[in-house]
Write a protein that binds this ligand. Structure first.
Ligand code: DC
Length: 239
């Protein structure tokens, strides 16, 4: 991977930095991006939470999810506020002043979020919002199209992957810890379907940017993944 200038940059003065992390569902992006942002003193940006928030609102207002015009209008007018917490899961999410942090992580949202995220008008509005949030700030942003579309000039781009089996196992364990019982086969199926929709959509599909570094963390735990990413970032940005 090369940074967009092809060399390390110095973290000083007014320059703000962007670390872009993309990858499939449950590859550990959110946790590692949150921890990396804290280590670097950068703002953590969970773009999936924005698409989830919009999907929550669409389902709760009864909009027909096939109605692209209404979804796009909703995306242009929605107020999503995200604030950081001291520990992981690192954000509180509000939609029009209602706190929805856990409501956007349900199986129902998992099921529909990729469908809503395919809509061109939705993506346009969300990308605008994401660029505004990052204006004049250093960020660690994670999602599906960060290195390819949202911040193509990002200073560091990472494409984080893990095997489907391992990702299903991790998600299953997370749910068990929250007291939610489910079958690992169902999780595997849901992740597989979401990855398929996310990577086959016409606009901004999940794809590794040519200048992104591929990191496979199938055999790494979160601490090892964080160390690896921190090493990459430090070699690109002289901190
Ligand atoms: O990262 P996540 O699982 O919370 O993301 C939920 C969904 O949001 C994901 O399946 C597709 C969509 N998404 C997207 O289309 N583009 C992004 N940059 C981030 C998420």
């Amino acid at each position: 991977m090369r940074s967009s200038s092809g060399s390390s940059r110095k973290l000083s003065g007014k320059k703000s930095f962007v670390v872009a992390i993309d990858g499939p569902a449950a590859s550990g992006k959110s946790t590692v991006a949150y921890l990396l942002a804290r280590k670097l003193g950068f703002t953590y940006m969970d773009t999936g939470a924005m698409y989830r928030a919009l999907t929550w609102k669409a389902l709760n207002t009864g909009i027909d999810l096939d109605d692209e015009k209404s979804l796009s209008q909703m995306a242009e007018n929605i107020r999503i506020d995200i604030s950081s917490r001291e520990s992981y899961p690192g954000i509180d999410v509000y939609v029009d002043d209602k706190e929805v942090s856990s409501l956007i992580r349900t199986p129902q949202i998992n099921r529909w979020v990729s469908i809503v995220s395919r809509v061109p008008g939705v993506r346009k509005a969300m990308v605008k919002l994401q660029r505004n949030i990052a204006r004049n700030k250093s960020v660690v942003a994670e999602g599906r199209d960060i290195g390819t579309v949202v911040f193509p000039q990002a200073d560091v781009k990472i494409f984080l992957v893990a095997s489907l089996e391992e990702r299903a196992k991790r998600r299953w364990k997370e749910l068990q810890e929250k007291g939610i019982s489910c079958k690992i086969e169902e999780i595997r199926e849901e992740l597989h379907l979401r990855d398929k929709i996310d990577s086959e959509r016409e606009i901004a599909p999940l794809r590794k940017a040519p200048d992104a570094l591929l990191v496979d963390n199938t055999d790494l735990d979160i601490t090892q993944t964080l160390e690896k990413l921190l090493g990459i970032v430090k070699s690109r940005i002289m901190i």
